[in-house]
Design a protein around this ligand. Sequence first.
Ligand code: BGC
Length: 381
Amino acid sequence: MKKRLITAALAGLLAVSMAGCGGQGASDKGASGEAQNGGDTIGVAMPTQTSTRWIADGKAVKEGLEKAGYQVDLQYAGDDIPTQTQQIDQMITKGVKLLIIASIDGTALTSQLQAAADKGIKVIAYDRLIRDSPNVDFYVSFDNYKVGVAQATSLLYGLGLTDKTGNPVDDAPKGTLNVELFGGSSDDNNAPINFEGSWDTLKPFIDKGSLAVKSGQTAFAQAATLRWDQATAQTRMENLLTSTYGGTGEGLSGVLSPFDGISRGIITALQGVGMGPTIEKGLPIVTGQDAEIASVKLINDGVQFSTIFKDTRTLAEQAVTSAVAFMKGEQPKANDTKTYNNGVKIVPSYLLEINTINKDDIKSQLIDSGYWTQAQVDAGQ
Ligand code: BGC
């Protein structure tokens, strides 16, 4: 319910318009039912290779589609919006039969998606919802609100205010602990939803005085980090340390971070003023997301406290299953048809589960499942 309100508010629209439904119907004429392995090409547009998760996503989607008998045009856009729109234009011109898109700016693809719909090309939004278009046929992702809840719960656990699952503990520290909050990129639909999940989880602790955001920067717009960029996060953390924590970080106990790259920028800033270098030696609790190998090493070394593991193999698998269904002229199976309003319509979605990773979860969750090897964790790459 809460998520629905958030997405509706984000959309700036409270109703699903009939025009939206009509748009979807219009694109149905493209459901061709061509032979599954007739050598058709599927376009896969990914945002950036600066993060290991997107490299793993692209590789897994490509391999899955190839196994299903399709050719794949996989493109990365270097986090540059015009590059991504151009890549998608080209894919359409070259005659791809379906598009799988992890967008950079979720609002920038309206004309590309219209061109795709005009040609009967189905569009699957991958991990990030594409907004303001009736021509998004399906969405595969994780529960982005739950990611935010898990990040905040992990911060509370690291600070000793709750147990790992978020339940109160008897020996919680007395007094007020200072934290600072970081959000993701404001043009990514996931980012405000993540932040909302975190805020809803932290707010009761702020209200009862166990936590404070000393800088006062609690609004998403103040906390947001354009393009989820590590250097941008590092600079904001350095500024916060100077403006609010006497240039030394004294009195800062934790930082909510929505993504491992941002976490590493924050940690560099904290260590840069002499904090830590490990949690044991006084480094604040820093959360994360994506189980990127560089951060998994930091968690293993007692530097970063946690990350949220979103198994990109299962997401890729879901994208492939959904793509194959569309290519056969069928409707993919959704497990959520209420939450994700993209501003024009509610996009049928398949949402996957997430896991929080602390140091003692690395082996069971990441190594035993074959996501990373022990050698990669030791090397951080
Ligand atoms: C994804 C996150 C990722 C972030 C930065 C978001 O859209 O959901 O998993 O950390 O982008 O790449």
